[in-house]
Design a protein around this ligand. Structure first.
Ligand code: PBG
Length: 331
């Protein structure tokens, strides 16, 4: 007699996996291009597109070429771009004053995008690291301590200058305490009631940001970011951060990085009715690219499986450097 008593095997889950048509009928999670936000790097100059060595397939674009690329990805169905500037060393200082220059690179880029492709949603980063000589996200005192409240004052100026340029979302990625509330209050006071806030609420001190720091030349010159970004071992703290950001006025909350933090995405989704974003960061991108280049994995399948896992965990939106590739795959 067979060791499996099939006469009582009433439930056979494999029945619903029999054909692709059946599998499609019962599929729970469908990744679409509407889920994706495309992070892009802008630099000064003209007619330049420079590949980032640790992020093959990602480029720093001069403004003219960035606009062309944005028009193209909008045609492919991508709804939103998240902008990050490459600031020349001679424009950096200790306090990041260039970050709120009304004619700065980010501000001019926002104006140009809004003129060329008015419908695409523009998300601008609010943090000082691309603008400071020391590479930290905040102001630093003589002992190397990152100062919270004085930093928030600068972040508010930065957010207001981005709003004046026409950004749709400001996205504070600095992890200072109280910055969401301070920015919301300032935006409302200045009449920018429709500028939204995408809050990097649970942003971890992660080794997965390495390639991004190469892209911007923004690695901290001393110490690390552990006094402001979160400890990888914590999850309750993420819920506390999310709760605070919601109370302070966030429109969308984010978990970053994504892949090693899917449990956090899942818990945050359960804790709020706001849309939840996850950031598929540079190191996650680089690992897939490197393995694919060696022929060790099937790149397209791994990309789709990875992004689908983020959506399954609860992400409504995914920031990913794969956005254009995925848009082309899903066409
Ligand atoms: C900095 C910032 C970082 C990223 C987005 N904004 C890096 C950091 O905190 O050092 C990382 C994005 C990525 O790795 O893809 N404010």
């Amino acid at each position: 007699m067979s060791p499996v008593d099939s006469s009582h095997l009433f439930q056979r889950p494999r029945r619903l996996r029999r054909t692709e048509t059946l599998r499609k009928m019962v599929r729970e999670t469908i990744l679409t291009v509407d889920d994706l936000i495309y992070p892009m790097f802008v630099m000064e100059g003209e007619k330049q597109k420079v590949e980032i060595p640790s992020m093959p397939g990602c480029y720093r674009y001069s403004l003219d070429l960035l606009i062309k690329e944005i028009a193209e990805v909008f045609e492919l169905g991508i709804n939103a771009v998240a902008l990050f500037p490459v600031i020349p060393e001679d424009q950096k200082d200790d306090t990041g004053t260039e970050s709120y220059n009304p004619k700065g690179l980010v501000q001019e880029t926002v104006k140009a995008i809004k003129k060329a492709v008015p419908e695409i949603i523009v998300i601008t980063d609010v943090a000082l690291d691309p603008f400071t000589t020391h590479g930290h996200d905040g102001l630093v005192d003589e002992n190397g301590t990152i100062l919270n409240d004085p930093t928030v004052e600068v972040l508010v100026k930065m957010a207001l200058s981005q709003a004046a340029a026409g950004t749709d979302f400001v996205a504070p990625s600095d992890m200072m305490d109280g910055r969401i509330g301070a920015i919301r209050k300032a935006l409302d006071t200045e009449g920018y009631i429709n500028v939204s806030i995408l809050a990097y609420s649970a942003k971890y001190a992660s080794a997965y940001y390495g390639p991004f720091r190469d892209a911007l030349d923004s690695a901290p010159k001393f110490g690390d970011k552990k006094t402001y970004q979160m400890d990888a071992a914590n999850s309750k703290e993420a819920l506390k951060e999310v709760e605070l950001d919601i109370a302070e006025g966030a429109d969308i909350v984010m978990v970053k990085p994504a892949l090693a933090y899917l449990d956090i995405v899942c818990q945050v989704k359960a804790a709020t009715n706001l849309p939840v974003a996850a950031y598929n960061v540079s190191g996650e991108y680089a690992m897939i690219k490197a393995a694919a280049k060696n022929g060790w994995i099937d790149e397209k399948k791994v990309i789709l499986e990875t992004l689908t896992s983020m959506k399954r965990a609860g992400a409504d939106l995914i920031l990913t450097y794969f956005a254009k590739e995925v848009a082309l795959m899903l066409l």
